[in-house]
Design a protein around this ligand. Sequence first.
Ligand SMILES: NC(=O)c1ccc[n+]([C@@H]2O[C@H](COP(=O)([O-])OP(=O)(O)OC[C@H]3O[C@@H](n4cnc5c(N)ncnc54)[C@H](O)[C@@H]3O)[C@@H](O)[C@H]2O)c1
Ligand SMILES: [Zn+2]
Length: 350
Amino acid sequence: MKTITVHVSRPYDIHIESGILARAGEYIKDTMGACRVMIVTDDTVRALYGDTLSRSLHSAGLDTAEFVIPHGEASKNTTSLIALLNALAENAFTRTDIVCALGGGVVGDLAGFAAAVYLRGIRYVGIPTTVLSCVDSSVGGKTAVDLAAGKNLAGAFHHPSLVLCDPDTLQTLTPEVRADGFAEVIKYAVIGDAVLFDMLSNPDTMDMATVIARCIAQKARIVEEDETDHGVRKHLNFGHTAGHAIELRSNFSLMHGHGVAIGMRIATEYAIRRGICPAQVLPALSKLLTQYDLPTETEYAVDDLYEAATHDKKREGGHIDVVLPTGIGGCMLQRIPVAELPDFLRGGRS
Ligand SMILES: NC(=O)c1ccc[n+]([C@@H]2O[C@H](COP(=O)([O-])OP(=O)(O)OC[C@H]3O[C@@H](n4cnc5c(N)ncnc54)[C@H](O)[C@@H]3O)[C@@H](O)[C@H]2O)c1
Ligand SMILES: [Zn+2]
C-alpha cells in the first residue's frame, strides 16, 4: 500500500491500494473512531461499488445512511446541496459523524462542501473513483457547487480526514472519462515529474497505483507550500488558461481534461517561441497526449479564445499569469500583459 500524508492544518492520510474499497470500513473506523457514515454517491457509481462499500462499513460495525444523486455535473448544484444537508439533519447526524464521498469529482465536491457547512463543519472521507478525482480533487481541500452564473462559484476550503484510492475501480470508467483524467496526470508529469512522463510513455509496464501516488505526492507538496492558492499552486494551472477558454467556447461540450490537453500544447508552443522551453518538448507532449486519446488541436479562432480567456477569473488587472514548461519535468509562472494573450493563444493548430 502507498500512503501519502498531506501536512495541512489538520494532516490526513491518502491510502492507495488495489482492493482497498472492500476494506474501507476498517480504515474509516481506525481513523475516525465509532461514527455514522452518510455515503454520498451517484447512480452509476452506486450500482458498481455501493454494495461493496456498505458491506465493508457494516462489517466494521459502522451505521450508514445514503444520499444518491444522478450522475453528471448538473447534479453539483445548490438543490443537491440543500437536499444533502437536510438528509444529514433528518438522520440526526452529529459532529462526530462523517460524510463519505464515493465517486468522481462531482460527488467529492458536493459531499465535501456539505461536510464543510453542516453544523459548521464535520469530517469527511473521500473515496475517489475517477482518475481525475484521485489525482486532483483528493488533495487541496477545495469543495464547491455550481451556481447558475458559473461553475464552482459557491464553496469552501475543507480538507478530508482520510482518502482511500482504489485503482481497481478505474477499470470501469468509460474511455472518455478515463482519458479526461489522464490529461491532469500528463500535466503533473510535464510540470514536475520527468520520471512519471517516462512511465506514462510505457503504459504496458505502468503501475496505476504508482502513477496516482506520484501525482498526489506532487500536488500535496505544492498545496502544503501554498494552502490558499496564491503562489506555487498556480503551477497546477498549466494548460488551464487556454484549456478553460476552449472549454468555455465549446459551451462545456468539450470535457475539462480535453481542453487542458490542447491548452498544454498551446502553452508549450508559446514557451518554445519565447525560448523558454526546448523545441523537442512539443513532439514528446503531443505524442503522449495522442497515446492517451486526448486532442491536441483546436479549430476555434484566436479571437474567440481571447474573448473567453479574458472572462477567466484568474485575470488580475491588465495582466494574466500563465504557466510555461521549461522542459519535461519543470515549469515557471510568467505574468504577461493581457494584450499579449492573442499571441499566447495562437498555437494548437496544425
Ligand atoms: N475539488 C477539486 O480540487 C477539484 C479538482 C478538479 C476537478 N474538480 C471537479 O470535479 C468534477 C469532475 O470530476 P470527474 O471528472 O471525476 O467527474 P464525475 O464525478 O462527473 O465523473 C464522471 C463520470 O464517471 C462516472 N464514474 C465515476 N466513477 C466511475 C467508475 N469507477 N466507473 C464507471 N463510471 C464512473 C460518473 O458517474 C460520471 O458519470 C468537476 O465538477 C470539477 O469541477 C474538483
Ligand atoms: Zn484541471
